[in-house]
Design a protein around this ligand. Structure first.
Ligand code: MEV
Length: 433
């Protein structure tokens, strides 16, 4: 019987599990056992995870895989990826290996500026507001000194604050638009604390110096970071593209460019194309304890920055050289937040050689580019289903708890037959009779 509840957060974990099982899982013992099975027996470790969020009842595992052989700016990386989708790690690994022998990936951080805004309403005179802002700006900076001193000591901090007039869009709407350098931190807490202090000072001073009231609506960082940008690239002479699936490199390069051009002009394709890029990006972002929702939001906004949703990757052929690249915004951190807390995140960062935020931006962009290269290579040559169906076959066999011997026989059978769910079920049933 489903039921509302008050004080749920005050219940112990066992009581929470009891409650959810009784009211939403028809008292199922099997469901309860599953929830309990995923609770870690190491109490300290479990408590750590319990405290990441609220109302924890269990853990939700994702596999952590490794895509090795990534040569990036002449350094070799084995990239940790946390993802549930089959084929992604395999595709990344294949692309890494392909490019390792063709010069590897080149990546470069273009800029690292982050943004936050205080949104406010002011019904009074524009010129007076601008004059007031100019006068109060030094105090806005001064009043955040306690928050910024450590960041400044390391070379970061507030870069600038400007007043933005947005009254053409909403009557009386203005912003304090601030830019920040947060170095190796993602910087969300730092930025939000600075913004809330700006808002306090701004409102208090406005009371004394402006005839109309300043009404603060909200103070919050922006996840749209078009000036926190990284570029990743691969390139080689066209003839070097030859491999076991690319018999005709000229034709491959031509079709590859066509596939990229289609994603550049056709939003339906661009979304799927970019989804493939995010397969690589999110998996590394998640493994390294960063906020993949923030990254997703920012990247997709960037993909639509010219007014039409478009490809995040581009390709060209010039003087017989094939070049494939991406430029995308990634606000990442390698200190603070989950990076200091989650034991697996620490290990993931160690695997990557404890990178700076800038190096992590490069690695993540490369993972996205590699993923897109692998997807387009499959799509324009063998098609995507060949690899997927192999995985699909294995998943079905595992669902049926197939033995190694059964797996061998059935995999052999499907080398010459089309994999469908029903065909695999039939084959297992026949084999077992
Ligand atoms: C699947 O997760 C991703 C792809 O659809 C990407 C693409 O079509 O480019 C294969």
């Amino acid at each position: 019987m489903q039921k509302s509840v008050s004080g749920f957060s005050k219940l112990t974990k066992t009581e929470k599990i009891e409650w959810i099982v009784n009211h939403y899982l028809s008292g199922s013992k099997a469901s309860k056992d599953t929830l309990l099975q995923y609770v870690n027996s190491d109490e300290k470790l479990q408590q750590l995870h319990d405290e990441f969020i609220e109302n924890t009842i269990s853990n939700y595992y994702l596999p952590l895989g490794i895509a090795p052989n990534f040569k990036i700016n002449d350094t070799l990386y084995a990239i940790p990826m946390a993802i549930e989708e089959s084929s992604v790690v395999a595709a990344a690994s294949k692309a890494a290996k392909f490019w390792m022998s063709r010069g590897g990936f080149k990546a470069k951080v273009i800029a690292t500026t982050k943004i936050g805004q205080v949104h406010f309403m002011f019904p009074g005179d524009k010129q007076k507001l601008q004059a007031f802002f100019n006068a109060v700006k030094p105090q806005l900076l001064e009043d955040t000194k306690d928050i910024t001193k450590n960041m400044e000591a390391r070379g970061g901090g507030i870069l600038d604050i400007i007043l933005k007039d947005k009254t053409s869009e909403i009557d009386g709407y203005y912003q304090l638009h601030a830019t920040f350098e947060t170095l190796d931190a993602m910087g969300a807490n730092f930025i939000n604390s600075c913004l809330e202090q700006f808002a306090k000072t701004f409102k208090a001073e406005a009371k004394n110096h402006l005839e109309a009231p300043v009404e603060i609506v909200m103070s919050i960082l922006s996840n749209y970071v078009p000036d926190c940008l990284v570029r990743a690239e691969v390139s080689c002479p066209i003839e070097d593209l030859k491999d076991k699936n690319i018999a005709d490199p000229e034709l491959f390069a031509k079709k590859f460019l066509q596939a990229v051009s289609i994603a550049e002009v056709e939003p339906y394709r661009a979304v799927t194309h970019n989804k493939g890029i995010m397969n690589g990006i999110d998996a590394v972002v998640l493994a390294t304890g960063n906020d993949f929702r923030a990254i997703e939001a920012g990247v997709h906004a960037y993909a639509a920055r010219n007014g039409k949703y478009s490809s995040l990757t581009h390709a060209k052929i010039e003087n017989g050289v094939f070049t494939f690249w991406t430029e995308l915004p990634l606000a990442l951190g390698t200190v603070g937040g989950l990076t200091n807390l989650h034991p697996l995140v620490k290990v993931a960062l160690e695997i990557l050689g404890k990178p700076s935020a800038k190096t992590l931006m490069e690695i993540v962009a490369v993972a996205g580019l590699a993923q897109n290269f692998a997807a387009l290579k499959s799509l324009t040559t063998t098609g995507i289903q060949e690899g997927h169906m192999k995985m699909h076959l294995m998943n079905i066999l595992n669902q049926f708890h197939a033995t190694d011997k059964e797996k061998e026989t059935i995999i052999h059978h499907f080398k010459t037959h089309t994999v469908t769910h029903s065909a695999v079920v039939e084959a297992i049933t026949a084999l077992r009779q």
